[in-house]
Design a protein around this ligand. Sequence first.
Ligand SMILES: *[C@@H]1O[C@H](CO)[C@@H](O)[C@H](O)[C@H]1NC(C)=O
Ligand SMILES: *[C@@H]1O[C@H](CO)[C@@H](O)[C@H](O)[C@H]1NC(C)=O
Length: 108
Amino acid sequence: MAMMDNPLTVGPEPDSELVGRAQGIYASASQTEVGLLMVLNMAFTQGKYNGSSLSVLGRNSVYKRVREMPVVGGSGVFRFARGYALAETHFVNVTTAVMEYNVYVFHY
Ligand SMILES: *[C@@H]1O[C@H](CO)[C@@H](O)[C@H](O)[C@H]1NC(C)=O
Ligand SMILES: *[C@@H]1O[C@H](CO)[C@@H](O)[C@H](O)[C@H]1NC(C)=O
């Protein structure tokens, strides 16, 4: 089980524009493969999304190329959000992992 507080950027480069933090918990929840329980808040800090957040709760089957996880809610401009996130590994080595999230939400 691990807790994370990672930069949320527009692109994969280390100097890419910072738009928020990806904060949450992930835990190994499968006894038969590498399957994580993900509890993740995307906390935005820029522009019209500043102070708003999206909440992801789902299963991350890390060896699948594309992992789909539900977006179960949000706050601020994302109140009542429902949708899904598609996660892909962009880069990984012993010390660094860069994940790409494409997130689709309906909200009011
Ligand atoms: C985001 O909102 C916080 C709290 O209202 C404010 O202090 C900060 O300056 C804002 N940041 C930007 C980039 O607008
Ligand atoms: C992993 O990749 C990062 C970013 O390219 C690099 O800074 C770091 O030195 C790499 N770590 C190892 C152990 O190769």
